[in-house]
Write a protein that binds this ligand. Structure first.
Ligand SMILES: [Fe+2]
Length: 290
């Protein structure tokens, strides 16, 4: 009994129009539609809304959504959470977004809104094409990384949903998997009490695509803030950017994939690991500091 993947991330942004244009025109996501001050996007290989933007006073994480295969499994997970003392804030109801059959909500231990979604077959309109004749854009939403002042408790909470720790680092990061991807969720320890989004990440496929997209983003006036490099945990090639609201967002490729049945030992990356196994990128810049 476990969730099957990261379904969607929702962000609040102060300048809605600018952020919407960035994710569509520059980041390359397909625009499913805009309703008032809310926009929905999807990646090229996705049948659902992967990213939702809504207007708000400040840049902040609005919610994360996790997918679960069936209604029965959703109800079992919710019952288990309640048995463990974690209240469900919204009981299962029909979903309203593309690719969402059923949705329920609860808060995690840092107060992040978490939606549990039973996906539907794609029944909405195709996403509007992004960049004519160019790369097809991000293939899928890959992972979300959250600040937390109570990382151990958060790991235990997300273990109730079936997440397992793949790797840890000496700077207080833990990488959690829920399917064959090395990580779909990660936590980074905050000594200052910070919660919410550290970064979100989209899989663009290969190292070649990461490099090409990095050059294109630079030429469009959105230079990479960290990378291109290759991470130790997950082995993925990375490149990080900032959206107009200041959210850090990653193009990555070639992440480790585990066989579903093989046991995976938790791995620790000590101080000899600087974040980029190639040694090209240097230390992470200010947006990664607590
Ligand atoms: Fe990442």
């Amino acid at each position: 009994m476990r969730i099957s993947g990261l379904h969607r991330v929702g962000l609040q942004v102060p300048d809605f129009e600018r952020a919407r244009d960035f994710y569509h025109r520059n980041w390359g996501l397909g625009l499913i539609g805009t309703e008032g001050q809310q926009a929905s996007f999807r990646a090229a290989h996705s049948h659902q809304c992967d990213l939702q933007l809504c207007a708000g006073d400040e840049a902040r994480l609005d919610h994360i959504a996790l997918s679960v295969a069936t209604e029965d499994m959703m109800r079992s997970l919710l019952e288990n959470l309640e048995r463990q003392g974690h209240p469900v804030t919204e009981a299962p109801r029909p979903g309203r977004r593309q690719g969402e059959a059923l949705v329920a909500c609860f808060d995690d231990l840092d107060g992040n809104r978490v939606e549990l979604v039973v996906p539907s077959e794609s029944d909405g309109p195709a996403a509007e094409a992004t960049r004519d004749g160019e790369a097809e854009g991000p293939l899928k939403l890959g992972h979300v990384v959250l600040w937390s002042p109570r990382q151990t408790e958060q790991e235990a909470f997300y273990a109730l949903l079936g997440f397992k720790v793949s790797d840890r680092t000496h700077i207080g990061m833990s990488f959690l998997r829920c399917n064959t991807d090395h990580h779909s969720l990660a936590f980074v320890n905050s000594n200052s009490g910070r919660t919410g989004l550290q970064h979100l990440a989209f899989d663009v496929g290969s190292i070649d695509t990461v490099m090409r997209e990095s050059a294109r983003m630079r030429d469009e006036g959105n230079p990479c803030i960290w990378g291109v490099g290759r991470h130790g945990p997950g082995n993925n090639v990375f490149s990080y950017y900032q959206d107009p609201a200041g959210n850090v967002v990653e193009y990555y490729g070639e992440m480790d994939v585990f066989e579903d049945t093989s046991p995976v030992e938790e791995r620790f990356w000590g101080p000899e690991h600087k974040g980029d196994v190639w040694g090209i990128s240097g230390p992470p810049p200010a947006p990664f500091h607590d």
